[in-house]
Write a protein that binds this ligand. Structure first.
Ligand code: AMP
Ligand code: GLY
Length: 420
C-alpha cells in the first residue's frame, strides 16, 4: 500500500516513523517532510493549503491512504476534496474541522450538546467585547478573564488576562496579533483553574478508541514561565486521569460530541483531541483539536503496538469498535530541543551534533534540514523531540534526558522539568 502523510514537523515524523514499521506499507511519501522524515519517507514538495495539488499527487501516485497532520488543510476541506475523488484519507471533513478552526463554533456546539466548558460569550467587534466585559458577567475589574480570537491563529489567539484592564488591552491588540480575519469574532471566557490534560482518540464517526492521556508543557521556561510555545515537551502516564475522571469525560464530553456531530449532519472521523482542565467542579473542556497534537503525538505513538494501518482501515470502514488497540505498558516522555530565540525569533542554520550517539531512542525531527556538507542543521523553532518509553514515568524521563545530553547545537534550549 502507498501512504501519504501531510505535514513537516515532529508530529509528522512520528506518524511517518509509525507507518514505516507497518508491513503493509510499500511506499511512504510525506509532503513536505523534513530532513529527519527523509530517513523513512520520500519527501515531496507541496503546500499544506494546496489541497488540489495534494489530491492530484495522490491520484497520480496511486496513494491508497493519506493521513493529514495539521489543521490548516483540514479546515479548508482537504478531506472533502479527496473523498470527492474517491481517495481514502484520514481526518474530519471541513464542517467537523470547524470544531477547531472556529472557537465560537466550538463553544456554541459544546453549549448545544451540554458539554461542560467555561462560561463564554461571542462578540462581533472589539467594542462589543469590551461592553460585554463591563456588563459584569465576567466578574469585576480584578477578575481574570480569557480572550480568544475566533479563527486559527497558530497558538497566538488566546490571552489569559489577569484582570479587566489586561483583557481590554488584549481585545484591542487581538487583530494585530493574529490578523483581522482570525479576530473577526472575539470569544470571552470565564477563567478556569486546575490541571491541564490532553486526551486524544481515534474516531470512526460513531465509535472511538482512546489513546493514553498526555500532558503538554506549553511555556518556554521551567516552572511554566515565559511566552507560550507550540509545546516544549509531553508525557504520557496513566496517573494523569483516574478511572472515574475518564468515565466522566467519556459520558459528558466524548459521547455527546460524537452524537452531536451525527445529529448536526456531519460525522467526526479522524483524530479528536480534547484539551481539558481538571477543575474543582470536575473536568471541563478547554478546546477541541481535530488532529494529532505536536509534541503529544511523539510521546503517544512510541507506545502504539497495533499497526497504524489497521487502525486507519478501521476508522475508514467504521469498525473501530471491534479493533483491539494495544499500547506498550508504562509511560513515555518527549523533550523538545528548541533553537536559539524560540518562540519569538528562532535562529536557523545551526549545525546539530551527536544524533548518532543516542542509540535506540527515537529523536523526531521537527525543524531540521541538511546543509551542503550533509550535516543536519536547525531550520525552525522546535528542532528535535527526544522521545523515550519506560516502565514508569521516572524511567521514561531519565532515558529521554540522558539522550538529550548527547545532542547539541548552538543556542539549544530545552526544559529540564518536563513531567514534573
Ligand atoms: P486553547 O487554545 O483554547 O486551548 O487555549 C490555550 C491555552 O490557554 C490553554 O491550554 C489554557 O492554558 C489557556 N486557557 C484557554 N481557555 C482557558 C480558560 N477558560 N481558563 C483558563 N485557561 C484557559
Ligand atoms: N501541543 C498542542 C497542540 O498540538 O495543539
Amino acid at each position: 500500500m502507498n501512504v501519504l502523510v501531510i505535514g513537516s514537523g515532529g508530529r509528522e515524523h512520528a506518524i511517518c516513523r509509525t507507518f514505516s514499521k507497518s508491513p503493509g506499507v510499500t511506499r511512504l511519501f510525506c509532503a513536505n517532510g523534513n530532513a529527519g522524515i527523509a530517513q523513512v519517507a520520500e519527501c515531496v514538495p507541496a503546500r499544506p493549503d494546496d489541497i488540489y495539488a495534494l489530491a492530484d499527487f495522490a491520484s497520480k501516485n496511486a496513494i491508497d491512504l493519506t493521513f493529514v497532520g495539521g489543521e490548516t488543510s483540514l479546515a479548508i476541506g482537504i478531506v472533502d476534496e479527496f473523498e470527492s475523488r474517491g481517495l481514502r484519507i484520514i481526518g474530519p471533513g471541513k464542517e467537523a474541522a470547524q470544531l477547531e478552526a472556529s472557537k465560537s463554533f466550538a463553544k456554541d456546539f459544546m453549549a448545544r450538546h451540554g458539554v461542560p466548558t467555561a462560561k463564554f460569550t461571542t462578540s462581533h467587534s472589539p467594542a462589543f467585547a469590551i461592553l460585554e466585559l463591563e456588563s459584569g458577567d465576567f466578574g469585576d475589574e480584578n477578575s481574570p478573564v480569557v480572550v480568544k480570537a475566533d479563527g486559527l491563529a497558530a497558538g497566538k489567539g488566546v490571552v489569559v488576562a489577569k484582570n479587566r484592564a489586561e483583557a481590554v488591552g488584549a481585545i484591542k491588540e487581538m487583530a494585530d496579533l493574529v490578523g483581522t480575519a482570525a479576530a473577526e469574532k472575539i470569544v470571552l471566557e470565564e477563567c478556569m483553574f486546575g490541571r491541564e490534560v490532553s486526551l486524544l482518540m481515534f474516531a470512526d464517526g460513531e465509535d472511538f478508541a482512546l489513546m493514553p492521556p498526555t500532558r503538554d508543557h506549553k511555556r518556554i521556561g521551567e516552572g511554566d514561565t515565559g511566552p507560550n510555545t507550540g509545546g516544549m515537551g509531553t508525557i504520557t502516564d496513566a496517573s494523569l486521569l483516574t478511572a472515574d475522571e475518564l468515565q466522566t469525560i467519556i459520558d459528558t464530553m466524548i459521547r455527546p460530541t460524537l452524537h452531536g456531530c451525527i445529529r448536526e449532519g456531519f460525522r467526526f472521523r479522524g483524530i479528536m483531541f480534547l484539551g481539558l482542565m481538571m477543575t474543582a467542579q470536575g473536568p471541563k473542556l478547554l478546546e477541541y483539536n481535530v488532529r494529532f497534537g505536536d509534541p503529544e503525538t511523539q510521546a503517544i505513538l512510541v507506545r502504539l503496538e497495533t499497526d497504524l494501518v489497521d487502525i486507519c482501515e478501521a476508522m475508514l470502514d467504521g469498525t473501530l469498535g471491534s479493533e483491539d488497540i494495544k499500547w506498550r505498558q508504562g509511560s513515555s516522555a518527549c523533550v523538545v530541543l528548541a533553537s536559539d530565540g524560540y518562540p519569538q525569533k528562532p535562529r536557523t542554520g545551526d549545525i546539530i551534533s551527536g544524533l548518532e550517539n543516542v542509540g535506540e531512542i527515537e529523536v523526531f525531527h521537527a525543524g531540521t534540514s541538511k546543509d551542503e556538507a550533509g550535516n543536519y542543521v536547525t531550520s525552525g523553532g522546535r528542532v528535535l523531540g527526544v522521545t523515550a518509553t519506560g516502565d514508569d514515568l521516572a524511567e521514561a524521563l531519565s532515558t529521554a534526558y540522558s539522550a538529550v545530553t548527547k545532542i547539541s547545537f548552538d543556542g539549544m534550549q530545552y526544559r529540564r522539568d518536563i513531567g514534573k
